[in-house]
Design a binder for this molecule. Structure first.
Ligand code: 26W
Length: 822
């Protein structure tokens, strides 16, 4: 390497100002007094980017020199959130930038508010990927994230008469200063066609003759570690037509046809699929999965590894972490490369392939496990289907050898499902090929081994492990909650930002009245800030001092937003029927945030009903200042950063055994909200750490729920036997919230709850209402409440994504941090 290292930018206000003005003048071609806010935002972003670029280049240079074991995180989603603040924090530029811009009369807050976050994910899985790459960089782990640069991310949610209406997410319209395209490094990805005999005599080889190709163009994003000199890379692929434009056809006048290939190709990375639980099995989705996987494997094998690297040593050099089943087509793709392209014998290729993939499962819902019909897979990726068949044949032999004569087991475990149609079970392929399989919370991993993948856990007990999720404290505490961060740092120093377990040092302060007073003051200030944001963003007015009771997550029946709605309706019924005296009601603002997958009718009906109930309550003068329902549209990472620090109560009320982990629960607890929740997902571990007395537990446990459904669950019985529940449901069904309309969403939700209620909201209603009464009683004692809140902060350091990544390093990857010179 003879290129002299790029000189680091000086960390001074002067040099920052110089850099900013240079970017404004030469980057945007404007001068300060005529610059638009967007000009200033783009110039500021690029200025900050330049401060990180020197480290980025150094990290890349060292990585190429060291050839250290690397972790590649393959994910169809990265819910990154706004980038500017995080980059300034990582580069330790906050003060300098503030001072420089203030001197120039530029309002940093105004520019910050301009950023449109890259919504390249649906929810939990996508955000976890973003937290993980942040922690990988902060822990100095050589790693790269690989994904798709969707031109349109998760839809922008709007409400029209309370109903969700999806709008395209034009996140790129004002430019995106955080990405660097490299069209010269485009990789070709093939599709369709057929396979033929291979010339090479190696065992298992065939030749794929695809019939169409697209180019995958890499866009590089910086992933800065927290002030440790490391900047890792997130490489997102964008689809381009290999041949842009057919001039002959154009000249022949068929303009549409001339560009058809182009639009067809570019469709692949056009838009994120907005489902987060029920795969639609659409061909374009499979195209997306193979597109980024094929480009990522090729990129690593051919540009990151030295040309003479012996792929037999691949397991010492990389682990590809599969973020759920979405990237699992990587398994047959690597086999194809080793056998068909590199001429290896099948057994050698399989021996290596089995040591380089690890699979993380993020769900428990059977319908969320992806299966691809052999018809579709065979048409789009004929060679990969052949390889999957052979992997399955050899696997089946292994099952028969281990469980002779147990053909039912063979049928259950086969990667190929025969019913309802012949299809490939991607979770089975991931489990067979992966050297490790993990769930994302202790209960989840237990249920995977005991139920969902039980047969496999019996066959390979050592393959199954757990890594409980985590969240990055940089974004969700230090950035989102500067008030609390200041209070913590004052008390225990700022080591907690990279070692969150240090929060334990706050425990004694829970008994310190002055500390508790300051803690309450900060929470109150965060609530006022959130109230200002809601007013400016959505025109929603909330009382700045009422309890903020937050339920923010994707809309799904298993998450039971309907149970929260029943609590609110029952409260309203109690007040309007006189059963509950108004002054006995604890002032609450019920904050909802939730997007529904566009095709998920029941979820959209629930959103409409929450807005209808909210409108009625918010219009009721007698309830002003007492009860308020706030449902800001388009819940995303940006809004979460304003809401989480302001919350008093965190609703984690899914039916036990359904939420794999949850990560919102962790963010709220770390910001001093108390949780009302079931023993589901990571709630179990949160409750264990904070203590039963600092957690409002309710509802059936997983075994109780499983037992009730096994015995036959009749929701109608609960409806009939609990007068409060009946009154609430009847009020709902009466149409009083929907202008007398008793049909539509009201009727179908009433019917689904009283007749089927798959996620047993009615069965947990009583216990939930009792928990909410305990919440009211506890909240009345501000000292006791804030003591619990401080203990929640002090005892949830475990839920740092740094700890999760350390667990992955220790239990799965075996990669080692490689420090960078600062
Ligand atoms: C193909 C459709 C589809 C798309 C996304 C998914 C994701 C796995 C759903 C998801 O986001 N799961 C959430 O993952 C979080 C991170 O591990 C967990 O905390 C949540 O409990 C889990 O619901 C399933 C199916």
């Amino acid at each position: 390497e003879n290129t002299p290292p790029v000189a680091a930018r000086e960390h001074t206000v002067e040099s920052f100002t110089r850099e900013f003005l240079r970017e404004l003048n030469f980057g945007q071609g404007v001068d300060l007094d005529r610059a638009s806010a967007n000009d200033k935002y783009l110039a500021l972003s690029r200025t900050v980017r330049h401060y990180l670029t020197t480290r980025w280049l150094e990290t890349l240079r060292n990585q190429y020199r060291d050839q250290a074991k690397t972790v590649a995180y393959l994910s169809a989603e990265f819910l990154l959130g706004p980038q500017l603040e995080n980059a300034m924090l990582a580069a330790d530029l906050d003060e300098i930038a503030n001072e420089s811009l203030r001197a120039l009369g530029v309002d940093l807050d105004e520019l910050r508010a301009l950023e449109i976050e890259p919504g390249l994910g649906n929810g939990g899985l996508g955000r976890l990927a973003a937290c993980f790459i942040d922690s990988l960089a902060t822990l100095n782990v050589p790693s790269v994230g690989y994904g798709i640069r969707y031109e349109y991310g998760i839809f922008r949610q709007t409400f029209e008469d309370g109903a969700q209406v999806e709008k395209p997410d034009t996140w790129l319209r004002l430019g995106s200063p955080w990405e660097l395209p490299h069209p010269e490094h485009a990789v070709e990805v093939s599709f369709g066609g057929h396979t033929v005999e291979a010339e090479g005599g190696n065992d298992g080889a065939r030749t794929w003759v695809p019939d169409w190709r697209v180019a995958a163009v890499p866009y590089n994003y910086m992933v800065p570690g927290y002030r440790n000199g490391r900047v890792n890379t997130l490489r997102l692929w964008s689809a381009r037509a290999t041949h842009e434009f057919d001039l002959q056809i154009f000249n022949a006048g068929d303009y549409a046809e001339a560009v058809r290939a182009r639009t067809f190709a570019e469709n692949i990375s056009k838009v994120l699929y907005p489902e987060d639980s029920t795969p639609q099995g659409k061909e374009l989705r499979l195209q997306q999965q193979y597109f980024f996987v094929a480009a990522s494997l090729r990129d690593f094998l051919e540009t990151v590894l030295p040309a003479d690297f012996d792929l037999h040593r691949l397991p010492d050099r990389i682990t590809w972490q599969l973020n759920d089943t979405h990237p699992v087509i990587a398994v047959p793709e690597l086999m194809r490369i080793l056998v068909d392209e590199r001429g290896w014998d099948w057994a050698d290729a399989w021996a290596v392939t089995q040591k380089v993939f690890a699979y993380t499962c993020h769900t428990l819902l059977p319908e969320a496990l992806e299966v691809w019909s052999v018809d579709l897979l065979g048409r789009l990726l004929p060679r990969h289907l052949e390889i999957i068949y052979r992997i399955n044949e050899e696997f089946i032999e292994e099952v028969r050898a281990a469980f002779p004569g147990d053909e039912l087991r063979v049928r259950r475990m086969s990667i190929i499902a025969e019913q309802p149609e012949r299809a490939v079970r991607m979770a089975h392929l991931a489990t067979v090929a992966g050297f490790k399989v993990n769930g994302v919370a202790e209960l989840h991993s237990q249920l995977l081994a005991d139920k969902v993948l039980h047969d496999f856990a019996q066959m390979w007990p050592g393959k199954f492990t757990n890594v409980t999720n985590g969240v990055t404290p940089r974004r969700f505490v230090r950035l989102a909650n500067p008030g609390l961060s200041g209070l913590i740092t004052e008390a225990i120093g700022d080591g907690w930002i990279t070692d969150l377990e240090q929060l334990r040092g706050l425990e004694p302060l829970a008994d310190d009245a002055e500390f508790r007073r300051r803690f309450r003051e900060i929470k109150a200030a965060n609530k006022r800030h959130f109230a200002d944001v809601l007013l400016a963003r959505d025109g929603i007015e909330i009382a700045g001092d009422a309890m903020v009771d937050a339920m923010v997550k994707r809309l799904h029946e298993y998450k039971r937003q309907s149970l929260k709605l029943l609590h609110i309706v029952s409260l309203y019924e109690g007040i309007t029927s006189g059963r509950i005296p108004l002054d006995a009601v604890t002032p609450r603002t019920f904050v909802f945030g939730a997007k529904a997958a566009p095709g998920y009718v029941r979820a959209k009906e629930t959103i409409a009903l929450i807005n209808a109930v909210g409108a009625t309550i918010n219009a009721d003068a007698s309830l002003q200042g007492r009860l308020k329902v706030a449902f800001p549209a388009n819940y995303n990472v940006t809004l979460a950063e304003d809401l989480v620090p302001a919350a008093d109560l965190s609703e984690q009320i899914s039916l036990a055994g359904k939420e794999a982990s949850g990560t919102g629960n962790m963010k709220f607890a770390l910001n001093g909200a108390l949780t009302v929740g079931t023993d589901d997902g990571a709630n179990v571990e949160i409750r264990k750490l904070v203590g039963d007395e600092n957690f409002f537990l309710f509802g059936m446990t997983e075994p109780e729920a499983a037992d009730l459904s096994a015995r036959g669950y009749d929701p109608g019985a609960y409806y009939e036997s609990d007068p409060q529940l009946k009154a609430a449901l009847d009020l709902l069904a009466s149409g009083v919230f929907t202008g007398g309309e008793r049909g539509g969403a009201v009727a179908s939700i009433f019917a689904s709850l009283t007749e089927r209620d798959r996620f047993m909201a009615l069965a947990d209603f009583r216990s939930y209402m009792d928990a909410q009464s305990r919440v009211d009683a506890a909240y009345a004692d501000h000292e006791a409440w804030s003591r619990s809140a401080v203990l929640n902060v002090a005892r949830t350091g475990f839920f740092s994504s740094d700890r999760s990544i350390q667990d992955y390093l220790d239990r799965i990857w075996g990669a080692r941090p490689v420090t960078q010179n600062r």
